[in-house]
Design a protein around this ligand. Structure first.
Ligand code: ATP
Length: 368
């Protein structure tokens, strides 16, 4: 069988970014060896706050083009609180990348794994399996992606713009409905909830209107709405009742941390950022400077993002081995928790970053 090669541009970034990225590449290489038929070719580039301090640039010259040409992008985490641009904001070249590559759909799954510490006492918390689809190129982050967009009115007032366009929003909602359809094929209910504040903001009423229009094209998927404040409450009261939720950028930023917390912590929060022609995969957490350099980070968010990367390459290429590879990473994590073999420090266990990755690799043959 001929071997297909896929180029992956890697930005290890700051803080715990390099640790979780290295752990993920180790797992991806082990899976590749195990399944065969494809070859992932990794090329690393500098980006982030530490690189900015050394070089005055926030991303290596030429690497944005390399990312654009790659089949997929893997990113650890970017930003350190003490290193900032002149305007006081954190170093964030990845926000520009999102816009450059038009990565409008930020996919953030939150799934409860067995034997993980779930903060909600209700036993139904063990069935949480939801996905937040966060619009990632406009919304309230529109001002932040490019310097100069935030409007400094005068010394006493600053405004940020919340931008919603029909072009992006139609694609975003289509994506959410298609995702719910795919999940329905795997036993999930097939439901999309539009999270907004349509009772207050014109931009949000527009977001909801487009959602309702697109819902008509997906009669097999149920569609409903929730206001952002009620959704925050419902994610604590009954998170098990949600399937796919779609929302504006800033709402998605906040609720995805909440969803990560519901299933144990940010160390489980995987993320895919998908556009029409590009896919970037990164854990939803930040650089966690409080635990950097300690081999203490839970790499599973990044490893599960690696599984999403393989699933994306499978969809783009039609190569089935990549789907198998994506599935066995998910299964290894599931089996690791159900058997008690995965015990990350984040959950009070004794496994640091490298030990967690190694245990996932050890489990692969038992689930393949
Ligand atoms: P950002 O604004 O870049 O998203 P943040 O300030 O929200 O970052 P994180 O870096 O995500 O913060 O960290 C939030 C908390 O979660 C910290 O206490 C951190 O130690 C913890 N945390 C984040 N990621 C992990 C991980 N992979 N493993 C263990 N703990 C983590």
């Amino acid at each position: 069988m001929s071997q297909s090669t896929y180029h992956v541009a890697v930005f290890r970034g700051d803080g715990i970014g390099p640790d979780v990225t290295d752990a993920t590449i180790a797992v991806l290489e082990a899976v590749q060896k195990r399944i065969g038929g494809f070859c992932l070719n990794f090329s690393s580039y500098h980006a982030g706050a530490a690189y900015f301090r050394e070089s005055g640039r926030d991303i290596e010259q030429g690497s944005e083009q390399a990312a654009e040409q790659a089949d997929a992008i893997l990113l650890g985490a970017i930003g350190l609180p003490e290193i900032r641009y002149h305007d006081g904001t954190e170093i964030a070249p990845h926000l520009r990348l999102r816009e450059q590559l038009q990565l409008y759909a930020g996919v953030r799954p939150a799934r409860a794994y067995p034997n993980t510490p779930l903060p909600l006492a209700d036993p139904r918390a063990s069935t949480i399996d939801l996905v937040i689809v966060r619009e990632s190129t406009e919304g309230l982050f529109y001002s932040a992606a490019v310097h100069g967009r935030a409007q400094v009115a005068n010394e006493n007032e600053v405004r940020d713009t919340l931008r919603i366009t029909r072009h992006t929003t139609e694609k975003l909602h289509n994506f959410a409905f298609q995702l719910a359809r795919q999940r329905k094929n795997h036993g999930r209910p097939g439901r999309v909830t539009c999270v907004d504040k349509a009772n207050v903001f014109k931009s949000m009423a527009f977001f909801r209107k487009i959602f309702d229009e697109r819902a008509e094209q997906f009669p097999d998927i149920s569609a409903d709405h929730n206001y952002i404040d009620a959704q925050a409450l419902d994610l604590i009261r009954k998170p098990w009742s949600f399937d796919v939720m779609v929302m504006e950028n800033m709402y998605g930023d906040i609720l995805s941390d909440l969803a990560g917390g519901l299933v144990g912590g940010m160390g489980m929060a995987a993320c895919a950022e998908i556009g029409d022609h590009h896919g970037l995969f990164q854990p939803a957490h930040g650089s966690a400077p409080d635990i950097m350099g300690l081999d203490a980070a839970n790499p599973l968010a990044c490893i599960l993002s690696g599984s999403l990367l393989l699933g994306y390459l499978a969809e783009q290429s039609g190569q089935n081995q990549l789907n198998r590879a994506a599935e066995i990473i998910e299964s290894a994590v599931y089996t690791g928790f159900s058997s008690g073999r995965l015990r990350p420090l984040e959950f009070g266990g004794n496994q640091g970053t490298r030990a967690v990755a190694q245990e996932v690799i050890n489990i692969l043959p038992t689930v393949g």
